[in-house]
Design a protein around this ligand. Structure first.
Ligand SMILES: NC(=O)c1ccc[n+]([C@@H]2O[C@H](COP(=O)([O-])OP(=O)(O)OC[C@H]3O[C@@H](n4cnc5c(N)ncnc54)[C@H](O)[C@@H]3O)[C@@H](O)[C@H]2O)c1
Ligand SMILES: O=C(O)C[C@@H](O)C(=O)O
Ligand SMILES: [Mg+2]
Length: 347
């Protein structure tokens, strides 16, 4: 039995995570879900967005499923929960897969997740504000290795997006990416961040594996979601050397929170990535989502009139249909339910 720590967060986080967990339960009985709170309320109680004892439990889990939290602009000492978790769990690589669900094409973005301007050193002194943009050799090498693996797995190349014509850190980062990729025989193409935004708008599917530092990767990945039809359907995985965390790319969307219309597909596809990570295979979920999107009513962000609940039920219905049709999946699910019953009986 795998232990998955679930952190729904606030805003639409709990709404989409509820759907993702129900979909995961429909495809596997081999996961136990354990819920944790986090965010501003926890910070006000204990000075950290996540309780220390919860963090210890989360570290002992096999993976994390995360929703989203709201980050106030003016709360002294507060650092967002997701940035805190990325740092505490050593999640240095953020893989964001922007799907075109109708054609099967993808935009693949590898975002350095622990350094750059998000490292966390900043201060205002004597009327001057400074944020340090940190790039280390160790950080650049490990994210370059991660991107190389992604490129090799896809038989593709890397587009390294930077501002090396201006920034010292990016000149350094670029040299290291070329060294690491060169050793593995993976091609690296240069792209300068500002003009690359035009290419990402015009020819989104032609850039192999897009690799960038933290802030550029954050912005590029939100921009790229436009090609998926909505940010609400884009999943991501945060990886390190230990545990991994899966989350939709979107935030807490306060403008639609509580209305029951959040698109749950990004969270559901993050659940599929989580299953892949556990070695349980997320392809049944992906097939069900593709099947649903072709015929089913979508949420308003994608021009439809469906509610979150309709989409979750529709995808679970697709899963049930696929299971009734497909021998292999049916046997796999039966086996996983059997294993779960045995492990429950064993205590
Ligand atoms: N991982 C995280 O916890 C995370 C990530 C990004 C932003 N945030 C936080 O979320 C809050 C809101 O940020 P924002 O407005 O810049 O970004 P956002 O992603 O929350 O929302 C941007 C726009 O996309 C829409 N949207 C997002 N997800 C959707 C979904 N699943 N279905 C339908 N529409 C969806 C929203 O309604 C909004 O119009 C901020 O406090 C920010 O700090 C948190
Ligand atoms: O700034 C962040 O990293 C939070 C959010 O914007 C994200 O994309 O994960
Ligand atoms: Mg972002």
């Amino acid at each position: 039995m795998y232990r998955v720590a679930v952190i729904p967060g606030d805003g639409i986080g709990p709404e989409v995570i509820d759907g993702a967990v129900r979909v995961l339960k429909a495809v596997t009985g081999r996961v136990r879900f354990e819920y944790y709170e986090g965010g501003v309320d926890v910070f006000q109680e204990c000075g950290s967005p996540i309780r220390e004892e919860d963090l210890e439990e989360i570290r002992r889990s096999d993976a994390v499923l995360f929703g989203a939290t709201t980050t106030p602009f003016d709360l002294p000492g507060y650092r967002s929960l997701i940035l805190t978790l990325r740092k505490e769990l050593g999640l240095y690589a953020n893989l964001r897969i922007i799907p075109d669900l109708r054609t099967g094409r993808e935009i693949v973005i590898v975002r350095e997740n622990s350094e750059g301007l998000y490292f966390g050193i900043g201060a205002v002194v004597n009327g001057r504000a400074v944020d340090v943009r940190l790039i280390t050799r160790e950080g650049a090498e490990r994210i370059a290795r991660f991107a190389v693996e992604q490129a090799k797995a896809r038989g593709s190349f890397i587009t390294f997006v930077h501002k090396a014509n201006v920034l010292t850190g990016d000149k350094f980062f670029r040299r290291i990416v070329r060294e690491v990729a060169g050793e593995e025989g993976v091609e690296v193409r240069d792209a300068i961040i500002d003009s690359f935004t035009i290419k990402l708008v015009r020819n989104p599917w032609e850039h192999g594996v897009i690799l960038s530092e933290n802030l550029f990767g954050d912005i590029l990945s939100d921009l790229a979601t436009v090609h998926a039809g909505s940010i609400g359907i884009v999943p991501s995985g945060n990886y390190g050397d230990g545990i991994a965390l899966f989350e939709p790319v979107h935030g807490s969307a306060p403008d639609i929170a509580g209305k029951g219309i959040a698109n749950p597909i990004g969270a559901i596809l993050s659940g599929a990535m989580l299953l892949d990570y556990l070695g349980l295979d997320g392809s049944l979920i992906r097939a069900a989502v593709r099947g649903y999107v072709v015929n089913g009513e979508l949420t308003p962000d994608m021009g439809g009139r469906a509610r979150t609940e309709d989409v979750v039920r529709g995808i679970i219905g697709e899963i049930e249909d696929l299971l009734s049709m497909d021998e292999v999946w049916r046997d796999e699910i039966r086996l996983s339910r059997l294993e779960s019953d045995i492990s429950r009986m064993a205590g």
